[in-house]
Unconditional design. Structure first.
Length: 359
């Protein structure tokens, strides 16, 4: 968390791990694209007809970033020398190519570095190809795949927030895995009811990932996954499903029987800087339930955006203060029963690091 060299090695290993990039709603039209990152490396995802493809955001000529805004629409044209690429990432338009290079663009063989893309519902995941990275997204997410696929089916507009956090991304992950801090850090929102009792909630572990349910009625996470596959799932209590390395989906009650779905991503920028992204939409309804709630959900969505932004800023402030003294920490933390998912996360993190050691 304090060593830029160690951080660079960590991110190199995470480059071939499935990483959440964005929603399909951001690339609905032909030519739509958005920029994202995988392990600090800039990438972009673009729609080419019915296909979604992803590439590293670096021109093959002189390594200029091709996409310099958050999102947009249009062909892949480098702003440095007007090199143009097709949907396969091949350079097909190079000014004065025969004169300058002695051959046609197709003969030059210049192309963008591709990234692997897979979908889970409306969620787009990506990774850099690697000889050891053969696990499908569904296998990687396990039971959580069905939950993400179901939860991502928005019934209304999806809103996106981006808030910088001047701290290491793992500190953000840690605080999102911690039910113990809420009365102190969020006294006006999550913490106003006081401390939750560990015996009144349930923690689950599935593969590398974990879940929190504010109830004890669920026996295992596969029960939830089965309902999602059948199309009968609708949240009844506050629920978080967390995936290593850096994404979670939460279901937050906004009214008596209304919930919003929140997808949270901790995008590492530097060892001491993280972009915290949140995508929010009304939780999807199961088959057979009324969908006549558009006006009410518009009002709720506005309230939820302010609420989530406030909670994230409160969490970020804690993480930034932790980052300021991270170099003084000489041992493991004292984790209680409301923080045990942090320990699970660190075990999964170490497993990922070991699985992606340098060749």
């Amino acid at each position: 968390m304090v060593d830029p060299v160690a951080f660079a090695e960590e991110q190199r290993r995470l480059a071939s791990v499935w990483t959440f990039l964005g929603m399909t709603s951001e690339v609905e039209k032909d030519g739509d694209w958005f920029r994202a990152s995988i392990a600090t490396r800039s990438v972009f995802v673009q729609r080419f007809g019915a296909q979604l493809r992803g590439f590293e955001n670096v021109c093959a000529h002189r390594f200029m970033p091709l996409r310099n805004a958050e999102r947009g629409n249009g062909p892949i044209v480098c702003g440095f020398h007007h090199w143009t690429y097709d949907g396969q990432g091949c350079a097909v338009g190079i000014p004065h190519c025969r004169e300058l290079y002695g051959r046609l663009p197709q003969q030059l063989g210049a192309r963008l570095a591709p990234i692997e893309i897979e979908l889970c519902g409306r969620m787009i995941f990506g990774r850099f190809p690697h000889s050891r990275a053969s696990e499908s997204l569904e296998d990687f997410l396990g039971s959580g795949f069905a939950i993400l696929a179901a939860g991502s089916q928005a019934q209304g507009r999806t809103h996106h927030l981006k808030i910088p956090m001047h701290a290491n991304w793992r500190l953000g992950a840690h605080i999102s895995l911690d039910e113990y801090h809420t009365p102190a850090v969020h006294p006006r929102t999550f913490g106003k009811q006081g401390y939750v009792r560990r015996d009144d909630i349930a923690y689950f572990r599935f593969g590398l990932h974990t879940a929190y349910v504010n109830s004890t009625r669920l026996e295992n996470i596969e029960q939830l996954a089965r309902r999602c596959r059948k199309g009968t799932f609708y949240p009844t209590c506050y629920t978080i499903v967390q995936f290593v390395p850096n994404v979670l989906m939460a279901f937050l009650r906004t009214d008596f029987d209304h919930f919003h779905c929140i997808v949270l991503l901790y995008e590492a920028v530097r060892h001491d800087l993280t972009n915290v992204h949140a995508w929010l939409h009304p939780a999807p309804l199961p088959q057979g339930r009324s969908r006549l709630r558009a006006v009410a959900d518009t009002v709720r969505s506005s309230i939820v955006r302010r609420y989530v932004a406030m909670v994230l800023r409160e969490d970020n402030l804690v993480c930034e203060r932790l980052q300021a003294v991270a170099g003084q920490v000489g041992g493991p933390p004292l984790l209680g029963r409301l923080e045990e998912r942090i320990g699970w996360f660190e075990e999964s993190y170490r497993a990922l690091m070991a699985a992606h050691e340098r060749d």
